[in-house]
Design a protein around this ligand. Structure first.
Ligand SMILES: Cc1cc2nc3c(=O)[nH]c(=O)nc-3n(C[C@H](O)[C@H](O)[C@H](O)COP(=O)(O)O)c2cc1C
Length: 200
């Protein structure tokens, strides 16, 4: 039996040391990200996930201008150097995927299926996480490093204004990606008996 999934999942890691080189042309990376999100399951096949995919200068603008300047007044001045360096590290990558969930899709589902109304926002979050994992893993398979970041809702309005994001799209996560510029630390795991029960 050939097993491809586990080696692939093993390859997906949090990479902070990003560079701007890509092993594939940008158009292919763009297509890969889109296909990974297209193939992601969603409740009632509602396909609530949306993405804004930034390459090059727009990605740098996201980190070095929008996110950095949003955080500057919020972080104590003597602690800002770390934030500054972090934003520059994300900007050093080749691009960023911004993951959204379309709230209009959720409202629609709630009207159509009132019995499940409370579940749809939760299902949407589950689907968002799956889309993030799918993209992260697909990028890793292509030799592209990435990490998962959360600066919503702080940056939502400025991002929406800058790139014309529809009002119904809610920002859930940002994934800066690029070349792997440093080895990754070994991944550690808690004990299996804490996590799993198998019954036969
Ligand atoms: C739901 C979720 C939220 C996360 N949020 C952040 C984050 O805001 N910033 C960050 O640097 N890493 C974030 N991470 C990455 C985790 O810290 C990382 O996946 C974990 O330490 C395991 O390391 P690995 O990705 O190399 O396997 C997040 C991961 C998940 C699944």
């Amino acid at each position: 039996m050939t097993q491809n999934a586990i080696p692939l999942f093993t390859k997906r890691r949090t990479q902070y040391a990003l560079g701007a080189k890509l092993p594939l042309p940008e158009a292919q990376v763009d297509a890969l990200i889109r296909e990974a999100i297209r193939l992601t399951p969603s409740s009632f096949n509602s396909q609530s996930s949306r993405a804004l995919i930034l390459f090059g200068a727009p990605s740098q603008k996201l980190w070095k201008e929008i996110t950095k300047e949003t955080l500057r007044p919020m972080v104590p001045a003597d602690a800002f150097a770390a934030t500054d360096a972090k934003m520059d590290a994300f900007a050093a990558g080749a691009g960023t995927v911004l993951f959204y969930e379309d709230q209009d899709v959720i409202k629609d589902l709630q009207q159509k299926y009132p019995l499940y109304a409370d579940n749809f926002p939760v299902f949407s979050e589950h689907s968002a996480g799956m889309a993030q994992f799918a993209v992260w893993t697909a990028l890793a398979e292509a030799g592209i490093g990435a990490s998962l970041q959360h600066y919503a809702p702080l940056i939502d309005a400025e991002v929406a204004k800058t790139w014309g994001v529809p009002a119904s799209w809610k920002l859930r996560a940002q994934m800066p990606f690029g070349s792997n510029e440093a080895p990754l630390p070994e991944k550690t795991f808690i004990a299996d008996d804490v996590r799993f029960k198998t019954v036969r």
